[in-house]
Design a protein around this ligand. Structure first.
Ligand code: PLA
Length: 450
């Protein structure tokens, strides 16, 4: 037998080393001249089977917070990640969320059983209505399948994996620029990622001609990632007329829309208005995917609550699609977490709580808009060279300032202001108190750094 033979072969260097160490532990002195010990590793790093692993760079967005956290300056300001802060610079838990959580805690009938693979049924139904509209014919026809996922990111990833497995076209077009994680999410899911023109640095607006040309020359059936509203990082959205032209072009070429809705309610302060682009595509009877996040609009960042809806041609297709989505989700994380989805469902299904949410959401959106105005005024009063009107024209959580990476580095070094190197500022992280500090920093960067 094999084992018998092995036991007669001479011990390996590792075994001999081990025996010498065991003898030492049992009281024998260590013989430094022992060749087995000489062969012993000299540092812990040499022992690791992961010795070849190289250090990865920090994430371009979340790494900004890592750097910010290490800065001891009392004046430091984090305008990197898109996370809402109050006028006092504090994270905000919405009152209506606190209320919903209290109700959930008080309800002793609630248990912590696993959710189904597709998540909480109420949450899914209400999420579809929130994004597609309560009167959506697609929902009435039962041709929408919605699955609860891990916030916006998880919804994009599940949708991407589904498309890689079941859709005939494996190319996805994403706007240039876009949220940095899109490239990785779609690439890792097995899709080929290409870009379409979106932003024109000269006008700081939409490069609509470039967009139409690129989508016009995309292969038939290609997937197109669209930001539903409040485009990240540019803050530039197509107008309703432009959306309509995009829709017509995409439908004429059978391009498949994949909407990323991470900011519903944050752009205009109105949930329905911010879903218009999506509803336009659903109204024409065609198919699309929608990834929804409650991170920003309900302030549920860390709860990781979101949904993927797939609008299909028929109820039959939708139900078969759902059965396959389950096969994507089950080996990925089995089933989603219960708490965040329960908060959302509690708020969405109660009329009074829903209205309370709308008021709080509008207040967040309004505060961001007022920060735009304040920053614009502060730069103007300093006579900062350049046209800063894009600060008030851009939409949503971010201002794409046009500052270059050297100017950003200067602001971080000299003013302890943290933002992504592409010059994106999270307006939600600003307050009346910190606007002057930011305006001073921008003024100095623009006048001192090329
Ligand atoms: N899609 C877009 C366009 C986003 O901007 C973000 C978040 C997401 C999806 C994913 O959000 P979620 O998974 O938390 O729901 N973008 C943030 C945070 C706010 C981040 O980078 O993770 C940003 O600062 O860009």
């Amino acid at each position: 037998m094999h084992r018998g033979n092995d036991s007669h072969s001479s011990p390996s260097p590792a075994d001999r080393r081990l025996s010498a160490l065991v003898r030492h532990l049992q009281g024998s002195p260590l013989d430094a001249a022992d060749p087995c010990l000489a062969a012993a590793p000299t540092s812990a790093a040499q022992i690791s089977v992961f010795d070849h692993v190289v250090r990865a760079p920090e994430d371009p967005i979340l790494g900004v917070t890592v750097a910010y956290n290490k800065d001891p300056s009392p004046n430091k300001l984090n305008l990197g990640v898109g996370a809402y802060r109050t006028e006092e610079g504090k994270p905000l838990v919405l009152n209506v969320v606190r209320k919903a959580e209290q109700m959930l805690v008080n309800d002793r009938s609630r248990v912590k059983e696993y959710l189904p693979i597709v998540g909480l049924a109420d949450f899914n139904k209400l999420s579809a209505k929130l994004i597609l509209g309560t009167d959506s014919p697609a929902i009435q026809d039962n041709r929408v399948t919605t699955v609860q996922c891990l916030s916006g990111t998880g919804s994009l990833r599940v949708g991407a994996e589904f498309l890689a497995r079941h859709y005939h076209q494996h190319t996805i077009y994403i706007p240039q620029p876009t949220w940095g994680n899109h490239v990785k999410i779609f690439g890792l899911a097995g899709l080929a990622v290409k870009t379409y023109h979106y932003y024109d640095p000269a006008t700081r607006g939409l490069n609509f001609k470039g967009l139409l040309e690129d989508l016009g020359s995309a292969p038939s059936g290609a997937i197109v990632l669209l930001h539903a509203c409040a485009h990240n990082p540019t803050g530039v959205d197509p107008t309703a007329q432009e959306w309509e032209q995009i829709r017509k072009l995409m439908r004429s070429k059978a391009l498949l829309p994949f909407f990323d809705s991470a900011y519903q309610g944050f752009a205009s302060g109105n949930l329905d208005a911010d879903a218009q682009s999506i509803r336009m595509f659903v109204r024409d009877g065609g198919e699309c995917l929608v990834a929804q996040s409650y991170a920003k609009n309900m302030g549920l960042y860390g709860e990781r609550v979101g949904a993927l809806s797939m609008v299909c041609r028929s109820a039959d297709v939708a139900s078969r699609v759902e059965s396959q989505l389950k096969l994507v989700i089950r080996p990925m994380y089995s089933s989603p977490p219960i708490h965040g989805a329960s908060i959302v469902a509690t708020i969405l299904k109660d009329r009074a709580m829903f209205q309370e949410w709308e008021v709080e959401l509008k207040a967040m959106a309004d505060r961001i808009i007022s920060m735009r105005k304040q920053l614009f005024d502060a730069l103007r009063s300093r006579g900062t060279p350049g046209d800063w009107s894009h600060i008030i024209k851009q939409i949503g959580m971010f201002t794409f300032t046009g500052l270059n990476s050297a100017q950003v580095a200067f602001m971080t070094k000299e003013y302890h202001i943290y933002l992504t190197s592409d010059g994106r500022i999270s307006m939600a992280g600003l307050s009346s108190r910190t606007v002057p500090h930011l305006a001073d920093a921008i003024h100095a960067a623009v006048t001192k750094v090329a």
